[in-house]
Design a protein around this ligand. Structure first.
Ligand code: ADP
Ligand code: C5P
Ligand code: MG
Length: 210
């Protein structure tokens, strides 16, 4: 015989699991400019079926839209290596997540500073299940060379030049590292040495998703 307690407990477990199922699964991907975030994300997409959302790519797309009210503002931040206000970035990320049929997201290059972190938690914290933070470590000199090579190979990016790179590294050290350290203190960071070759790195990355 079912008693009232059993029914209430079943309803509550069912509601809980429905709410959990409706949440977005998120892995944040962080690391210095040129550490190889985009390269590894592409491989994770291919092997594990995640959706890759690069905050930088979304901002560049928004900047390119004719008539975008934020185009100029985004352009200034990208050239200066500074961080666009979270309201803009978070809206772009949420729109892309809502438009996706899948539920597993790699959010690359976000959260980049305290404003990103707090804005995301306020707007998206309850709607997401943060699995872990994938952190690619790579010395500044290696990252710089990779970005300069990417520019020379025709990335067309306005920030793959030495002046912008200096500013991007300042932002990374002063604004992004404290966020990574904060996640580290919560036991959420999975650190990967990104100086090796692409496939060797991916072998290690794969173990985190398998
Ligand atoms: P991020 O998204 O972190 O800025 P990218 O994935 O765009 O970095 O990589 C930056 C540049 O370095 C690209 O030209 C890419 O082809 C190259 N690259 C990525 N990973 C490696 C690696 N492990 N070794 C050498 N070059 C790499
Ligand atoms: O990650 P990516 O190198 O593509 O980012 C390029 C630029 O986009 C950053 O230097 C920054 O100006 C902007 N950006 C941002 N906020 C983010 C991610 C990127 O303002 N969360
Ligand atoms: Mg990238």
């Amino acid at each position: 015989m079912l008693n009232r307690f059993m029914v209430v407990s079943w309803v509550s477990r069912t509601v809980h699991s429905l709410v959990m199922a409706a949440k977005y699964n998120v892995v944040f991907v962080l690391g210095g400019p040129g550490a190889g975030k985009g390269t590894q994300c592409a491989k994770i997409v291919e092997k594990f079926g995640y959706v890759h959302l690069s905050a930088g790519d979304l901002l560049r797309e928004e900047r390119a839209k004719s008539g975008s009210e934020y185009g100029e503002l985004i352009d200034g931040h990208i050239k200066n290596g500074t961080i666009v206000p979270v309201e803009i970035t978070c809206r772009l990320l949420e729109r892309a997540m809502k438009n996706s049929e899948k539920n597993d997201f790699l959010i690359d290059g976000f959260p980049r500073n305290k404003n990103n972190y707090e804005g995301w938690n306020k707007e998206m914290g309850d709607k997401t299940d943060l699995k872990f933070v994938l952190f690619f470590t790579c010395p500044l000199e290696v990252c710089t060379q990779r970005c300069l090579d990417r520019g020379a190979a025709g990335s067309g990016r306005t920030d793959d030049n030495i002046e912008s790179l200096k500013k991007r590294f300042d932002t990374y050290m002063n604004a992004t590292m404290p966020i990574i350290e904060h996640y580290e203190s919560k036991g959420l960071v999975r650190t990967i040495d990104a100086t090796r070759d692409v496939d060797e790195i991916f072998d290690e990355v794969s173990k985190l998703f398998a």
